[in-house]
Design a protein around this ligand. Structure first.
Ligand code: ADP
Length: 245
């Protein structure tokens, strides 16, 4: 069953910038799909439109049934500096009317799910970049969203931390099966994570390839250098190269 159908989405801003040219895709319920393309091709714009934070200039978005709760993770963890990790995660729930004690309990569970049990009271500045991103993921998942939209969430992290967060994200996705749209400009990250990679051209972004990755999960370290991985990465690179010359 498709969770989400995007039909000829495009977005031209008031200043005349044509950001997104043509994005059509049907995303299955519970799928993990990456959007790959060069900077400025409209990937963030597409995510913002799907999240309902922006409107397309043309085209349509259709969710199966009602639009689900959506979690959003940005490249910057965007935590409130004055608030503990626990409060940062609990606040969205409190804003929805959940009582403070119940929200704190849910936040504790969400932090434990991202490997941060016991860090509820830590302030963002006391945490590493990877841990701050974990808090941001916990905040996105605390309300148990049906869909998770991620906008280059790991781009600022070192390689090792990034690989660890890739695996931890996949473990969460395998357990909870939220429909995931993951924006990255790393071909290798997109292949490692996804069941499917949608490749966009340069601005205005349009779909130039839609590549399936049938490798089973869990994928693990050995997969990163396997012939199966390389075959899909080669296809994604070829599509990008063809689109950009
Ligand atoms: P990506 O995520 O692929 O790097 P974006 O979706 O962030 O690309 O941006 C696509 C293009 O649209 C960029 O050239 C960007 O500068 C431009 N853009 C983004 N938001 C706005 C806006 N609100 N007004 C005008 N131009 C914008």
């Amino acid at each position: 069953m498709p969770a989400l159908t995007l039909t000829h989405l495009s977005r031209t801003f008031a200043n005349g910038t044509a950001a997104l040219g043509d994005l059509s895709a049907t995303i299955a319920d519970g799928a993990f799909v990456s959007l790959v393309g060069p900077s400025g091709c409209g990937k963030s714009t597409a995510l913002r439109i799907i999240a309902g934070l922006d409107e397309p200039s043309a085209g349509a978005i259709e969710w199966q049934g009602a639009r689900p709760e959506i979690g959003f993770v940005f490249q910057e963890p965007t935590l409130m500096a004055w608030a503990s990790a626990g409060r940062n995660v609990a606040l969205p729930l409190e804003l929805e009317g959940v009582a403070r004690a119940a929200a704190a309990a849910q936040a504790r569970t969400a932090l434990a799910n991202v490997g941060l049990a016991g860090f509820e009271k830590s302030l963002p500045r006391e945490l590493s970049g990877g841990m701050r991103m974990r808090v941001s993921i916990a905040r996105a998942l605390v309300a148990e969203p049906g869909a998770l939209l991620m906008d280059e969430p790991f781009a600022a992290l070192d390689e090792f931390t990034r690989a660890k967060l890739n695996d931890d994200l996949l473990a969460l996705w395998t357990a909870q099966r939220f429909t995931t749209l993951f924006v990255t400009h790393s071909v290798f990250e997109s292949v490692y994570l996804s069941q499917r990679i949608i490749v966009l051209s340069g601005r205005p972004g349009r779909v130039v390839a839609d590549i399936a990755n049938p490798a089973p999960y869990p994928r693990g370290q050995a997969y990163r250098t396997s012939p199966e991985f390389n075959a899909v990465a080669r296809d994604v690179l070829a599509a990008l190269t063809e689109a950009h010359g």
